[in-house]
Structure formats: structure tokens, C-alpha cells
Design a protein around this ligand. Structure first.
Ligand code: ADP
Ligand code: MG
Length: 560
């Protein structure tokens, strides 16, 4: 059997175009070929379980190998294989038609990136790195003849007989001169780690040396010897594919460490699992927040059926949750995603809303189940919650029932509880409830003491986002103002049983006050004489709230 043919497409040579197009992403050829091998393996397993294939399944590992001298990379599977007719159909016609369409569209495309997103080039991505590609395959079907397909990247192909005796497919890439960087152990290992780490079938890349116990020495201590074992690069059963009921906390933490070696334990996690109206699984972790928030962004990995796609999840995960870690897997997200594609995709919007809701539900559950533990973690959790409340109204509405306000006495209140606590004590002349706060309790201790003496409560607003959170609360809460404890407002609050009269006469007060005012030359400060009682603070010096906040904003650099 020997056959030569021409692949029926109009563009003479599409491969130079494909190469040029996907230039930055050449390494994905391996993802495409290994995932095809995995697909073929999953198919034979299914045929076997349905009784449509009755032979031995045998060892179903997928193998990746390279030969530096021969300049080849080979991907071998023991999947269902293909007959010569199937090659013609699936490779020449179907796979090619995708590639052809790609090129047709490319001719008058304005935005090249947009196009890449809409076409999975699949098998043909092999030609990004290879001059010549061979398929050597034997179908599982009874009486099937092994077949070999060779194509040099032009529209000519050749099908010949093969001597393959194992069921399955071997793809041999004759690596081109520009792509020799891929004929390298570390490079291939790195690409496999990136894209194939959680594929559902074991993937072997060469062997590795392992030390195993080998009897005992004279003193009864275990002896070790080195053995060569298969280097399996993946974990075929990552936790997001399992049901939460079969998982323990240790499993989630171990998986976290697998994703992010050397990280601190996460605070908690959310196991995502939906099948309607879209398909999505995953685990999102709340990390322990470090000072450098930027450092932890973009850690969520996006998969499609356990194949890694990208860690650019900007449009899928709401902006305020970009600080989370973990994985999301959805077959409803196409393999070759581009930004503009994601933005336009309606599933992606639904996924985004779903994740927001799940996170809010989980936080609410933690709050209701164990408030004490929630309060203890608030330092860390609060950052996410406040960020969410500032940036998304929908999340604000959900979070307002479990978001906490902490005061300088380390007590925590929900927004409703806090209002109840201060509403009769801290109002201004217009009837607004005034929440007092400090941004640095150690520096403002005298003001806090003074406020506490008047039975006022002082909130601790010293965490990174509080400046913005304060503004948000003022906008959202009706008839409420937030004022710094050292602002002049703190003195003008009205409470039910007013403070005791000063012990000084009016004249005395004026004298002392002007003495202080002379000493403080700076404008915008205000001196108030409170008491001459030796264990109380006699004088308070305050600054206008508006001036204060302007200065804070300038220091924080405004943006977030
Ligand atoms: P897709 O995987 O999206 O179908 P590809 O271009 O990657 O597109 O592959 C085209 C087709 O070629 C596959 O659908 C499959 O039928 C066939 N194929 C590719 N690789 C293999 C393989 N290793 N074993 C069996 N069939 C394969
Ligand atoms: Mg494919």
C-alpha cells in the first residue's frame, strides 16, 4: 500500500503563515500533541468499558522522548490508533480544514491576536517546530493495517505501510533548524510541567534515578540503592476532579503546596463545582496576605479538561479576586484563548458572576459557622472582602452582612451591629451618626483615650485598603460620616448624657488656650482645653478632617 496525495486546500503553503502567526507560542505544539495522545487513550478506555473493545488495554502511559542527534521529538500513545482512511479523514480533511479556515480568515483580519483565539490549530501546530511530521499508527479495530503518514509541511502528503505492531499512535517531529532549543531535556520538562502537569493519563518523559530501600546492613539499618524509574511528569488525579466529600483538609493543603511550593498554608479554600449552565470545577485558595499584594496576583491557573491553558484569568475571575490562588477548569473555555475572545464570551461572564457568588457564600458560611475563627482571620480575609466591597456593588451587597469593623479594643462588629452600638452616643448636630477612626492607634493614643472617656468608640482603620473602604462606607451607609479621632469633629459630637463641665472658668480656659495657640504656629490646627484633672488629658490639638484626609490621600498615592 502506498499512496501519494494532495491535501485539498487553496492556499499553497499554509505552514509559513502558521509559523509566523503563532511565533510567540511555539511551545504549545507539545500541549496539542500530548493532549491528542491523552484523548486517544481516554477513547480506548471508554470503548473498553463499553465492551466495544475486548483486547488488553495494556500499559496506557503516554511517552514523550527526544533524540538530539536525529533531531526528533516523539510522542507515543497506546490509544485507539487510526486506520489509513481515518488519517485521511481526521488529519488531512478535518485538521486541515481548521488550519485552512485559519489562513483564509487571516488574510483580511485586522487583529491577529483575535484570530488565534478562535482557532485551535491542534495537530498542525506540530509544523511550528517541525519540517517534517510522521504519524505511525495502528488502529484498535480488528484486522486493521498499521499506517504511516508523512508530510513535509507542504500540501503534499504520503501514506505508506508501516510495521507498527502496538496499538496506538506515534507522532515523530523532525525538528526544524529554528526550533532546536526544544531538543533539550530541561526545555521539554519545563513545557510538560507547565501544560501537562495534571493531564488525566500518566505521561512519561524518560527515566529518573530514585533511591529505594535494599535490605539492611550489619547494624540493622536500612540500606539504599539507586534504581532507574519512569519519570512520570503529571498527577493524573488532581483534587479538583474529585468530590469534596472524599477530601480532607490535608489534601487541599498538600495540593496547594504542589501548586505553589514553599508557600505558607492557605487560610481556607473554596471547591467550585457546577455543571449548569456551564461546566466548571476548581479550587480557589485564600492565601495568607503578605505586605506586597502585587506579588501574589495572577496565580490562578486556568485549565480545560486538565490541560493547562493560561494563568491570565483576568476576565474569568473578578478583578478583586485576582489575589486568590488555585485552579479553574472548564471545558467551556476554548483551548486557545485570547483576551478579546474571553471578553466577548457569554459563558465567561457567567463564570465570573458564579465565582463572585461562591466566594461570598463561602465567606458567609464561615462567618455564620464560627464567628470567633472568622474574627481571628479577619486581618487577612478583610483585605479581600474590603477590596471586593470597594470594587463591586454586587459583592458589597452580599458582604455587608459579614464584613467586620474592628475597634481599638480589638472588638469586632458587623456594619449593623456597629451602627446600633454608636448611634445614640455619636451623632452630630445634623443627626448624622459619626464613626470615629484612627489610622495609627499608637500615635493617636491620646485622642483615642480622650474619645473613650466620652464613651465614644474608635475604629481601627490601619490596614492597607481602609482609606478607600472609609470612602465606600460613607457613600453606602445612610446618614453616616467617618471622622478621624483627631479631627475637630470628635469634640462636637452629641450624646445623650453630655460630658461634665470643665473645671476651669471661662477666663482661665481662654488664658491656657491662647498660651497653647501661641506655641503652635502651624495653621489648620485647633486647640481645645478639656480638663485640669491630673489623670486626664488637659488639652487636645486637632486638625480639620478635610485637611487631614487630603494629606492621607496624597501620601497613599491615591490609586489602588
Ligand atoms: P482535535 O484534537 O481538536 O480534534 P486536532 O487537530 O488536534 O484536533 O486532531 C485532529 C484529529 O486527529 C483528532 O480529532 C483525532 O481524530 C485525530 N488524532 C490526532 N492525534 C491522534 C492520536 N494520537 N491518536 C488518534 N487520533 C488522533
Ligand atoms: Mg487536539
Amino acid at each position: 500500500m502506498q499512496e501519494k496525495g494532495t491535501i485539498s486546500i487553496h492556499t499553497e503553503n499554509i505552514f509559513p503563515i502558521i509559523k509566523k502567526f503563532l511565533y510567540s507560542d511555539h511551545e504549545i505544539f507539545l500541549r496539542e500533541l500530548v493532549s491528542n495522545a491523552v484523548d486517544a487513550t481516554q477513547k480506548i478506555k471508554r470503548l473498553s468499558s463499553l465492551g466495544q473493545f475486548q483486547g488488553e488495554l495494556g500499559d496506557l502511559k503516554v511517552q514523550v522522548a527526544f533524540d538530539e542527534k536525529a533531531k526528533t521529538i516523539t510522542i507515543t500513545d497506546r490509544g485507539l490508533g487510526m486506520t489509513a482512511d481515518e488519517i485521511k479523514k481526521y488529519i488531512n480533511q478535518i485538521a486541515f480544514s481548521g488550519a485552512t479556515e485559519f489562513v483564509e480568515k487571516f488574510k483580511d483580519a485586522k487583529d491577529a491576536n483575535e484570530l488565534i483565539g478562535k482557532f485551535g490549530l491542534g495537530f498542525y501546530s506540530a509544523f511550528m517546530v517541525a519540517d517534517k511530521v510522521e504519524i505511525n499508527t495502528l488502529s484498535y479495530q480488528e484486522g486493521a493495517e498499521p499506517a504511516r503518514w508523512i508530510c513535509d509541511g507542504s500540501t503534499e502528503f504520503e501514506i505508506t505501510e508501516s510495521d507498527r505492531s502496538d496499538r496506538g499512535t506515534e507522532i515523530i517531529l523532525h525538528v526544524n533548524a529554528d526550533s532546536e532549543e526544544f531538543l533539550n531535556q530541561h526545555k521539554l520538562q519545563e513545557i510538560l510541567d507547565k501544560y501537562c502537569k495534571f493531564l488525566p493519563v500518566p505521561i512519561q518523559f524518560g527515566t529518573k534515578t530514585e533511591s529505594v530501600e535494599d535490605g539492611e546492613d550489619e547494624e540493622g539499618k536500612p540500606k539504599y540503592k539507586s534504581v532507574e524509574v519512569d519519570n512520570i511528569i503529571n498527577n493524573p488525579n488532581p483534587i479538583w476532579t474529585k468530590s469534596p466529600s472524599e477530601l480532607k483538609d490535608e489534601d487541599y493543603i498538600a495540593f496547594y503546596k504542589e501548586l505553589y511550593p514553599f508557600s505558607e498554608d492557605p487560610l481556607f479554600w473554596i471547591h467550585l463545582n457546577v455543571d449548569y449552565p456551564f461546566n466548571l470545577t476548581g479550587v480557589l485558595y485564600f492565601p495568607k496576605v503578605k505586605n506586597d499584594m502585587e506579588f501574589q496576583r495572577n496565580k490562578i491557573k486556568l485549565f480545560s479538561r486538565q490541560v493547562f491553558i493560561t494563568d491570565e484569568v483576568k476576565d474569568i475571575v473578578p478583578e478583586f479576586l485576582m489575589l486568590l490562588h488555585g485552579v479553574i477548569d472548564s471545558p467551556d473555555i476554548p483551548l486557545n484563548v485570547s483576551r478579546s475572545f474571553l471578553q466577548a464570551d457569554s459563558n465567561v461572564k457567567k463564570i465570573n458572576n458564579y465565582i463572585t457568588k461562591k466566594v461570598a457564600d463561602k465567606l458567609s458560611e464561615l462567618f455564620n459557622k464560627d464567628r470567633k475563627a472568622f474574627e481571628e482571620k479577619w486581618q487577612d480575609i478583610g483585605l479581600f472582602v474590603k477590596y471586593g466591597m470597594i470594587s463591586e456593588d454586587k459583592f458589597y451587597d452580599k458582604a455587608k452582612d459579614f464584613a467586620l469593623l474592628g475597634n481599638t479594643k480589638k472588638e469586632f462588629f458587623t456594619l449593623d451591629e456597629y451602627r446600633e452600638k454608636v448611634k445614640d452616643v455619636q451623632t452630630d448636630k445634623d443627626g448624622n451618626v459619626v464613626y470615629l477612626y484612627t489610622v495609627d492607634a499608637s500615635k493617636q493614643d491620646s485622642f483615642i483615650q480622650s474619645a473613650n472617656r466620652k464613651d465614644y468608640d474608635v475604629l481601627d482603620m490601619s490596614s492597607p485598603l481602609d482609606n478607600h473602604f472609609i470612602n465606600q462606607l460613607e457613600q453606602k451607609l445612610e446618614k453616616t460620616q467617618l471622622k478621624r479621632v483627631d479631627s475637630d469633629v470628635a469634640d462636637k459630637l452629641i450624646k445623650k448624657d453630655d460630658a461634665p463641665a470643665h473645671v476651669l472658668t471661662e477666663d482661665e480656659t481662654t488664658t491656657v488656650k491662647s498660651a497653647f495657640e501661641k506655641a503652635i504656629s502651624k495653621a489648620n490646627y485647633k486647640v481645645e482645653i478639656e480638663s485640669l484633672n491630673p489623670d486626664e488629658l488637659p488639652v487636645s490639638i486637632t486638625q480639620d478632617e478635610f485637611m487631614r484626609r487630603m494629606k492621607d490621600m496624597a501620601q497613599m498615592g491615591g490609586g489602588m
